[in-house]
Write a protein that binds this ligand. Structure first.
Ligand code: SF4
Length: 393
């Protein structure tokens, strides 16, 4: 069975998901395999998809039970029957040095442009016991870094058990212990002194805070709080608590009603904010969201022009951040052992998996999963070059 996990967040993701389903159908045809499409896009558009793509054998939204039942059946039925009936060896991914842990799902906020609450519903916490169980399994399988995700991670708490501080402390105390804990998607109004203190004690100095814009008027229309000057204050508090922290953000350009002046405000903010990285996206109207029917929709060509301009500003500022690391010590987690050119590929604590740059370390014998104390020698865009020093197992 070929399983395609889909995304329904924005149009580009929907198109990519449908292309992946079609690719899976092609792959499965003639091999006697079945195709299952699962996840958010299916949750939202199941009937339409099933009508358009009858070649798909199983449509399964956010409830994984039908998929698990079909997989059990495909593998011969019953618990523990995985792999039986396979006709050819399946290549396994090399063990991951980094593992994502979902600590919550859904969102109670209602940002005007966002389809996630329509797909996933209201915020729900994953229980501490479940998070710790998943963490133990990931660490036992070789993960060295745990990356905590959710749409709104800063508000995690389990009544009667504790909040994020407790969760981070318990994760850090597991055996084997994670080398790094990283928390993604911290909403700006959820970052308070208690959270910063918890991050400084237990996590890497990395703050992923989706700001989306800096002009107060645009943020109000987005149904979000804050403005550029409040965000600069927030970043100052972050840097005080976590000196040298990498701050990553995301911005939307071309939101309905965004004027030249609003956009200039955003550009000026980005030039001042000293971010280590940011994703920049053109506004993409999603059906069923309030923003889709707002007046003042910005022409796509202008939105793309603004994205390009903002992207350049982000690149410039980020180059300054990464360049300033030269000569500094870095802890690097090796993800790919030494290549023919004598360089191993990893990430320093200031770089998250999948979205950020890499750290290229010169040093003999470096192995995947190893933690190396290195010194930054240079930077190229978002990548860092470093020389290896002391190693840990
Ligand atoms: S906080 Fe994030 S997930 Fe929640 S509605 Fe806003 S953009 Fe969507």
């Amino acid at each position: 069975m070929v399983v395609v996990n889909t995304c329904g967040f924005i149009d580009a993701a929907k198109e990519e998901s449908i292309a992946a389903i079609l690719e899976a159908v092609d792959f499965a045809r003639g091999r006697g395999a079945r195709v299952a499409a699962v996840g958010c896009l299916v949750e939202r558009y199941r009937d339409e998809l099933a009508a358009e793509l009858p070649e798909v054998d199983l449509w399964c939204g956010l409830d994984a039970a039908p998929l698990l039942a079909a997989l059990r059946e495909a593998s011969g039925g019953g618990e523990g029957a995985e792999g039986r009936g396979a006709s050819a060896p399946v290549p396994r991914r090399p063990r991951a040095v980094s593992s994502y842990l979902k600590i919550s799902d859904g969102c109670d906020r209602r940002c005007a442009y966002c389809a996630i609450p329509l797909i996933k519903g209201d915020y729900e916490t994953v229980a501490a016991a479940e998070i710790l169980r998943a963490a133990r399994a990931a660490l036992a399988a070789g993960a060295r870094e745990l990356v905590l995700v959710g749409q709104d991670t800063s508000r995690w708490a389990q009544p009667g058990w504790g909040g994020l501080e407790q969760l981070l402390a318990e994760l850090k105390a597991l055996a084997p212990a994670p080398v790094w804990l990283r928390l993604l998607y911290l909403q700006p109004d959820g970052i308070d002194e208690a959270l910063l203190e918890a991050l400084s004690r237990h996590a890497v100095p990395y703050v992923d805070v989706p700001l989306q814009h800096a002009a107060g008027a645009v943020l109000r229309r987005m149904r979000r709080r804050g403005d550029g000057s409040q965000y600069l204050d927030l970043l100052a508090r972050v840097r005080k608590a976590l000196p040298g922290a990498a701050v990553r953000s995301t911005f939307i350009a071309g939101f309905p009603g965004e004027t030249d002046q609003d956009f200039d405000e955003l550009l000026a903010f980005v030039r001042e904010a000293g971010l280590a990285a940011a994703g920049v996206f053109p506004y993409d109207a999603q059906e069923g969201t309030p923003a889709a029917t707002l007046p003042g929709q910005v022409p796509a060509a202008l939105a793309f022009e603004r994205v390009a301009q903002l992207g350049e500003a982000v690149d410039d500022v980020a180059a300054g951040y990464w360049g300033a690391l030269v000569g500094r010590p870095l802890e690097v987690l090796i993800e790919r052992g030494v290549r023919a050119d004598g360089v191993a590929v990893g990430r320093c604590a200031l770089q998250a998996p999948d979205v950020d740059g890499r750290t290229l370390v010169r040093g003999a014998g470096l192995r995947r999963g190893q933690v190396v104390h290195a010194v930054a020698r240079g930077s190229v865009g978002y990548d860092v070059e470093a020389d290896a020093g002391r190693r840990e197992p």
